[in-house]
Design a binder for this molecule. Sequence first.
Ligand code: NDP
Length: 277
Amino acid sequence: MDTYAVVGNPVAHSKSPFIHARFAQQTGRIMHYTALLAPLDGFEQTVLDFRKTGGKGMNITVPFKFEAFTLASRLTDRANAARAVNTFRFEEKEEILGDNTDGVGLVRDIEVNLNFPLAGKRILLMGAGGAASGVILPLLQQQPGLLAIANRTPDKAASLQRQFASHGNITTGHYHDFAGQRFDLIINATSASLHNELPPIPADLFQSASLAYDMLYSSKLTPFLELAKMQGTEHLADGAGMLVEQAAESFLLWHGIRPETQIVIRQLRDHLRHPAS
Ligand code: NDP
């Protein structure tokens, strides 16, 4: 049987095995998809060991997306632009194809599932890690009115600005640099919610926003979404839709078929509410 895995640290929270099992059922594929915890200094070894046992492909999650970029021997254009990889396809002659499906997953969730067109919108992206890096090009391609990146370590945001300079204008800084500014959409691409923490968001930043989007998915509101709700943001969304959409793109890369996502998003939400389902 073909085997696939999501690799990360931590990884126990990942719902990718749940999603890919639903996709396999839906499309009649026989496959096994598991979650692998890699030691922080043992990503490459974990990937190579999995491949040796016959693994066909992997998803890569926090904090290994940059290391995955380095490990890939061939890259899709979007992974090359992001310099971050969330999908491996193991190929002949030891080749590892690296792709990044996070951006297309996020944009599809926001524009199609949430019906929130991005053209002309003022967007604040919080975080400058692997997830942020993967979504910048697809966000710029929707021609927003402004794309700003705030990060706890501002140098990393500035480095993303230089990396994507040929694709569009990006403003960067620390969180406090954006105090008093108006944004239509605020996206949390930090891993703070994973630890039940909140990035140092300036007071009232959410008041003008109509959508607050946390890439983390959870059965309850994350601290980021709680704050947005308290400050009156009209629409709140977590990353469940993005997760299913990016998984569908990975599934397409591996199997040549894009599964139906709406039903799996509903199944995932039910599962998050009732984990035994
Ligand atoms: P990385 O480890 O690559 O980056 C983490 C980022 O979070 C960095 O910018 C870091 O800032 C910032 N950060 C961490 N803790 C805090 C904090 N307490 N306050 C402020 N900033 C903080 O992680 P990824 O980019 O791979 O993942 C980020 C998140 O996105 C994770 O929660 C992941 O689960 C989620 N995700 C969801 C997806 C989905 O499909 N729904 C897809 C991809 C990711 P600094 O640079 O200063 O260290």
